[in-house]
Design a protein around this ligand. Structure first.
Ligand code: COA
Length: 430
């Protein structure tokens, strides 16, 4: 059947006259399917969708939102192959928009067999639940799982439009980033926008590039990984005596050995002992990838923000070598000379605030790793030994772990083992 341009007119809508067009769902050039809603009319009792009589391409739109139309009004012209059920008839009088004079002959029109059934509208009520949305918009919202009563309509008389539904969905999708919203009914209030200048003098400083990148990663890790932090203490009195002695020996070589080098080595032995901590969940979340290498990241505080260079093959290196590499990597990080490759491949991370102060804290897991050790400042504490309190140097440890992979008993065993190794560093040689 040859394609021809036909007029689409409003069929018999009973006694209604001058019914306003409240929404036009198509534009010129759109390809529409048969029965696809083209526009919506609103009487004081109901909305009615005018469907396409057959599939085709919309050539002209003769009305606009707000126009009042009646039975027989020309609303659009369409190019397509008329279905056999559509009977063309003589063009009816055009109520609102005449066919342009430039048109040589008016295209044949098609009568629309029926209007899409509509729900009665209690006129004047503002919520979409009370029908302030056309049937096509209700269908659209239903398909997207959107509750129309939650949308404030931006159309005529507060009617919810397709645009309103789309904006609502967009806002909902952006919510987790913008406002910390959570799926599963756990949505939280958006962060209030506050003009702090109202309360006193302020200065606005942009976040550094590193802060922005690490901030986004920290946020993702914090909200997506179920964190638990196991705290423990290690008696490092003997280790400290040994460390000071080593420092004297290595001073000539310019190597400074801090407690962190011992912690690094002790963590490696704990990872060997508890392989689930030296692992990552794979992309499916159904398998644990156990690593046979021991690359450990160390958080370094730089003026630009936090960076985590990785010390590789810790099991192959001695304390002095680890201390030297730690110093080199942290200097490179602070001088902004750390290549990306030096920050990749880590199996586990250590965040040490020991040189600064504080006791316990909750480090955030550096995904896809499954655990991180926080180390705080060692202090002298009275410890009850063989019937008496004796002064001992106690190192606070805070192990955050991914509870999907590691259970609490394993975490307590890990920190207990770690504390034993640090209390007696001869165990590092085992
Ligand atoms: N308890 C007591 N003293 C400690 C200690 C601890 N746990 N850890 C380090 N120290 C001492 C060191 O022995 C050193 O003492 P000294 O100057 O008398 O010789 C001093 O604190 C400073 O050590 P530092 O230079 O910080 O070396 P480090 O090897 O302990 O740490 C870095 C190296 C790179 C980890 C550290 O400089 C750093 O950046 N820490 C911050 C990491 C961070 O911001 N983490 C938070 C992430 S949320």
């Amino acid at each position: 059947m040859a394609k021809e341009i036909k007029q689409i007119i409003v069929p018999d809508i009973g006694d209604y006259k001058n019914v306003p067009v409240i929404e036009i769902m198509v534009k010129v050039g759109d390809t529409v399917a048969a029965e696809q809603s083209l526009l919506t009319l609103e009487t004081d009792k109901a909305t009615m969708d005018v469907p396409a009589p057959f599939a085709g391409v919309i050539k002209e739109i003769k009305v606009k939102v707000g126009d009042a139309i009646s039975t027989g009004s020309l609303i659009m012209t369409i190019e397509g192959e008329g279905a056999s059920t559509i009977v063309a008839s003589e063009p009816p009088p055009v109520a609102t928009t005449p066919v342009p004079a430039t048109q040589a002959a008016p295209p044949p029109h098609v009568a629309i067999p029926s209007l899409t059934p509509a729900t009665a509208i209690p006129h004047g009520e503002l919520t979409a639940r009370k029908s302030h949305a056309s049937p096509s918009i209700r269908k659209f919202a239903r398909e997207l799982g959107v509750d129309l009563s939650r949308i404030k309509g931006g159309g005529i008389k507060g009617r919810v439009t397709k645009n309103d539904v789309q904006n609502f969905v967009k806002a909902a999708l952006n919510q987790p980033q913008a406002a910390g919203g959570m799926p599963g009914g756990m949505a939280v209030l958006p962060m209030p926008v506050i003009n702090f200048a109202k309360f006193g003098e302020i200065e606005t400083r942009p976040l550094s590039r590193i802060q922005k990148i690490s901030g986004a990663n920290l946020h993702r890790n914090w909200v997506t990984i179920p964190h638990i932090t196991q705290h423990d203490e290690a008696d490092i009195t003997e280790m400290e005596i040994f460390r000071k002695k080593l420092n004297e020996e290595y001073a000539a070589q310019g190597i400074k050995i801090t407690p962190l080098a011992f912690v690094l080595k002790a963590v490696m032995t704990a990872l060997q002992q508890f392989p689930d901590f030296n692992a990552s969940l794979d992309a499916s979340g159904e398998n644990l990838v156990l690593k046979k290498y021991f690359h450990i990241g160390v958080a370094v505080d730089t003026p630009e923000g936090l960076m985590v260079p990785v010390v590789r093959d810790v099991e192959q290196k001695g304390i002095a070598q680890l201390a030297k590499e730690l110093a080199e990597l942290s200097a490179k990080a602070r001088d902004k000379k750390l290549p990306a490759t030096d920050m990749q491949g880590g199996c586990f991370s250590i965040s040490s605030l020991g040189g600064i102060g504080g006791s316990f804290f909750t480090p955030i897991i550096n995904a896809p790793e499954v655990a991180i050790l926080g180390v705080s400042k060692a202090t002298m504490k009275p410890v009850y030994v063989e019937g008496a309190f004796v002064p001992r140097l106690i190192l606070p440890l805070s192990l955050s772990y991914d509870h999907r992979v590691i259970d609490g008993a394993a975490a307590a065993r890990f920190t207990t083992y770690l504390a034993q190794v640090l209390a007696d560093v001869r165990r590092l040689a085992l």
